[in-house]
Write a protein that binds this ligand. Structure first.
Ligand code: GLU
Length: 381
């Protein structure tokens, strides 16, 4: 069977223009000099310029940056070719502060604020930490900050480690509902075979569906060039395209890597649906763990695009935590929508029918008033 490869380049400009939230993953080899272990100053400054350009176009940018371990190993003078986990953790600790300092100085000079977020795999598997991470990222974005994310290599042990920032970046893109993830490294995309081993290897510019064949190209027994990172990039593409986010694997070695993307060789993985449509489908397919019955006024408000507030909720059933999917029903028992609960079931019961101003005094803490935010709701047609 022929792989689902479209050799006509997608309208790259259009995809870029339509992408409002872009996550950029920068590989270590782009930032850190191989032999000297120092930051590649010129390249780094050109990358920052590109990010500033994106911001001027009104786009939100999140950077997932590697480089901590390589920077730290040089500073600590660790010459072994393979480091132990403990050495890597120490190197990451030393290198991360250096890496963050570089980002901070450059962005400050351009009048922008950046922040540091260190994440472990565990943070995404624990529901509460996942939601907190999401909410922090969203808040930073609202403040106009550029979050700089890396794996928290200092505390991550092998069992709970991504080990690569490709999959971490895909999780970040998915959590923030990004439109586009750009994986910048020294690889210009996917080939039908290893270009190092086969003269017949053909570069694939566009992939519309990640079939088994595509996966084999990155992981095939006789094409083992995937060790260089293609396998994790395909894994990342599987995550992002399933949530409606396009992904580009591009060679970022030259200066101004983002501004040059539409001119350079790259592989584009195209999502078949928008972020919104994918999210709606996901919410509707999730098992509902509870029900909230709402009055006619709230039903009307919801249908005109508003969030569900406690004041319009009459009854609540089931056992659900914050972030679980619940069904919203009308007074007449008709199913209206499904949505992600902002409060757990015990909290929801306490604030049923209350005006938003009274919630804090009843719960004893201050939280956003929506029972279900409109962005977290999907209606049955
Ligand atoms: N988190 C690692 C670092 O900062 C990099 C992982 C990767 O290269 O994907 O050094």
């Amino acid at each position: 069977m022929e792989p689902d490869i479209d050799n006509i380049n997608p309208n790259r400009e259009e995809i870029f223009q339509q992408s409002k939230l872009i996550v950029i993953k920068v590989g270590s080899s782009l930032i850190v000099e191989d032999k000297l272990g120092a930051i590649k100053k010129e390249w780094f400054a050109s990358f920052i310029e590109d990010v500033v350009d994106l911001r001027k176009q009104g786009k939100t940018v999140i950077i997932v940056s590697s480089g901590a371990i390589n920077l730290g190993r040089k500073i600590l003078n660790l010459k072994e070719s393979v480091l132990t986990l403990e050495q890597e953790q120490a190197a990451a600790s030393v290198g991360q502060i250096e890496l963050s300092k570089e980002y901070q100085e450059h962005f400050k000079f351009k009048g922008l604020i950046c922040s540091q977020i260190l994440i472990t795999l565990d943070d995404f598997t624990n529901r509460i930490r996942y939601l907190n991470c999401k909410s922090t990222l969203k808040t930073l974005i609202k403040f106009g900050v550029i979050p700089i994310v890396n794996e928290n290599d200092t505390v991550a042990t092998d069992e709970i480690r991504y080990g690569d920032n490709d999959r971490l970046a895909a999780q970040v893109a998915s959590i923030c509902e990004a439109d586009l993830l750009i994986l910048l490294s020294d690889i210009d995309g996917l080939y039908t075979a290893s270009p190092k081993k086969s003269r017949n290897a053909v570069h694939i510019p566009t992939i519309n569906e990640i079939t088994d064949e595509i996966e084999l190209m990155a992981d095939g027994p006789e094409n083992n060039f995937s060790q260089g990172g293609m396998k994790t990039k395909i894994e990342a593409a599987k995550v992002t395209t399933s949530v409606g986010c396009n992904l580009i694997i591009a060679d970022g070695q030259k200066s101004n890597p983002i501004n040059n993307i539409d001119k350079s060789k790259a592989t584009w993985f195209l999502a078949s649906q928008s972020v919104k449509a994918a999210r709606k489908k996901w919410i509707l397919n999730m098992k509902s763990l509870g029900e909230i019955i709402i009055d006619f006024r709230a039903e009307k408000a919801l249908k005109s695009g508003n969030s569900l507030l406690p004041v319009g909720a009459i009854k609540c059933m089931g056992h659900f935590s914050r972030g679980d999917v619940v069904t919203i029903k009308g007074e007449d028992g008709q199913i209206i929508a499904k949505g992600l609960a902002s409060f757990n079931q015990t909290e929801t019961v306490k604030i049923l029918g209350l005006k938003s101003d009274d919630i804090t005094s009843v719960l004893g803490y201050n939280r956003k008033p929506e029972l279900i935010h409109r962005d977290n709701m999907a209606f049955f047609n």
